[in-house]
Design a protein around this ligand. Structure first.
Ligand code: HEM
Length: 132
């Protein structure tokens, strides 16, 4: 039922539940409501792919060519790309701050790396000196 209608993002995003689930993949709009139960990847992944451009998620799974052919059965039209949210829904991976994961600056880490062995040596020296 490949449709030729052009949809706005907000129209598509309304269909975001298990009974009424639409997806946007590679500029096309899919009504997968009747496919939810059959989807080998499960219904939850399809639900989590609603309300956004799910092209990256879809591609990341590495769907087979038969999986891609199957999509045509559910295509209801195309998305007006000018209506897509600007940054999509893409969350940039968190940038680890320079230095340690808890945000300690790198130079502090270096000083600590230098001081720790010196302190251990000093401690060993003191223990030896006073336990003779
Ligand atoms: C109309 C849309 C879709 C169709 C027709 C479809 C179809 C399929 C098919 C046939 C498979 C079995 C493996 C294969 O042949 O590639 C599959 C697996 C899977 N799909 Fe989809 N899919 C769709 C959308 C999506 C989306 C949007 C996501 C993720 C956001 C997704 C996630 C997965 C996952 C996680 C698997 C399981 C992969 C595995 O366990 O190996 N699918 N899908």
């Amino acid at each position: 039922m490949a449709g030729s209608k052009i949809y706005r993002f907000d129209e598509v995003a309304k269909h975001d539940d298990a009974e009424d689930c639409w997806l946007i993949v590679s500029g096309k709009v899919y009504d997968v409501s009747s496919y939810m139960a059959e989807h080998p990847g499960g219904r939850d992944v399809l639900l989590s792919a609603t309300g956004k451009d799910a092209t990256v998620e879809f591609d990341n799974v590495g769907h087979s060519s038969s999986g891609r052919e199957l999509m045509d059965n559910y295509c209801v039209g195309t998305i007006d790309s000018s209506t897509l949210p600007k940054d999509g829904d893409r969350v940039k991976p968190q940038q680890a701050p320079e230095g340690s994961a808890d945000g300690t600056p790198e130079f502090v880490m270096r000083i600590l790396q230098f001081i720790a062995p010196v302190m251990i040596l000093g401690f060993a020296f003191v223990v030896r000196h006073f336990t003779k």
